[in-house]
Design a protein around this ligand. Sequence first.
Ligand code: SAT
Ligand code: MN
Length: 596
Amino acid sequence: MHLRKTPPENPTNTTLDALKTWVDQVAELTRPEDIHWCTGSDKEYRTLVSQMLADGTLKTLNETTYPNCYLHLSDPDDVARVEHLTFVCTADQQDAGPNNNWMPPADGHAKMNALFDGAMRGRTMYVIPYCMGPVDSPYSRCGIEITDSPYVVINMKIMTRMGEAALARIEREGKFVRGLHSTGELDPERRFIMHFPDELSIKSYGSGYGGNALLGKKCHALRIASYQARTEGWLAEHMLILGVESPEGETTYIACAFPSACGKTNLAMMVPPASQPGWKVWTLGDDIAWLHLDEDGQLRAINPESGYFGVVPGTNEKTNKNAYDMIQHDAIFTNVGQTADGEPWWEQKKTGTPVIDWQGRDYDPATAKAPAAHPNSRFTVSAKNNPSYSTLADAPEGVPISAIVFGGRRKEIAPLVYEAKDWKHGVLVGAGVASETTAAMVGNVGVVRRDPMAMKPFCGYNFADYWSHWLSFDERTDKLPKIFHVNWFRQDADGKFLWPGFGENLRVLRWIIDRCEGRIDARRTPIGYLPNAEDIDTSELDISDETMHALTTINRETWLEEIASIGEYLESYGDRLPADLKQEQQKVAEDLAKAS
Ligand code: SAT
Ligand code: MN
């Protein structure tokens, strides 16, 4: 096992001066023992895995039933994103907005440089060139992540187009996002995720967890990219992308924004139920979409990632057969439990019994007070493992988007589905998204908070400016997708879900597609177009007319409160709030007040 070692005095492996200089400076600051430039080869992956198996960072799982699968148990204090320790550093605080923690860039650098000082002593520093999106796509953007974590390297290899091809593009373009990461001491008191959007740079210290450490994902592809997208006229969004193919062979592409751990991965790779013969779902992406208008004014999407970092608990043959199948081989598991025969185990797996929990402790389901797998335990797996993988995920031109769907986790209020009246109103629908919080972030679970466009933790600039940017698309083309809102999570008074969810959500997507194609009518209400209950196929579903009525109607009183609360939330953005958005909110409020 030999990694290519380059002495710190001459660590460069590139012809690009800006990159050489930066790598030199980082080595000077962090003092690594070795520097390794990642090539992205399979051999490199295997070498790193053996190294981590030897030092205990990874554990082998059952090699017969889970070939090439590994388990990583993180520090128990490092299991989710840390929004309170995540900052956007812009010269003017107003540019970061009330939706971000802020620090002046000079202070941010000083704080981070003090943490990075000597942080890689005795360790190897890995230089990871990566490309977000197909390497030959004009819509893709590249970055370099420097890290002292081999776990980050192997995850980046799965999640991005990583290695030599990305480096070649970076050298051609000369421009790249600079991400610097160290796991540090994993002390929550010495943990920060800082973004410097004007410099296209990121500094992350003290966490090895997914969104905090795999800098291509939320840090680059959402926070930095959203900032960059605003100046360049495109959108970087927290959206899955899927293609729905009808029995006639026609495929419609849809992008959906839901908060973390609200079922984006499940929807992106759903298996149509037997009651929907001939329908197919193709997965383009499960978390992030970059959206550009093409020369004809058509909105097109690429998925900047090449793998999935998905929530494991709840995954089984029924809820998500594709995900269940794709994580049987060549997958990395983080913070799941284990069975006696070395298989990974998680809640609702439906097979096997856990004997070890996510902290490596003995576990007895009969007496246990806590789940065996952490509720935010994750799998990392190549998108190509997915049986419903769409080869268009590699198409440089992306796919044309017909519908944008927002959603959240709402016990009450939000109907199963509704359609915005037009683009402007759709921006209000997105801005008003609220959801109950999940285990994907550190903090209370189940508290309703506003999460506009599911971007609350990820928008790299002031939400008011972000909404203006969204609104500006209306002037640039007359071919914008229709906008919808869905809620799979409505409950009755006893806490029982009203809608079966999972594969059955295809029925709702079919309504959306019918609306896009102008094939069916809907009821115009103050909040948008609601379905006629009979237009949603409920054949072979055990669902009553009353339930369908509850799912497709709104309560005027609660919506009056909801729209007032959205209005108050928007007001908190002050003068920068676009007037058009305020007007849309007032219009809905007035129409609700008039309706009886
Ligand atoms: O932030 S992660 O990408 O690790 C997970 C999530 O919140 O979606
Ligand atoms: Mn996400």
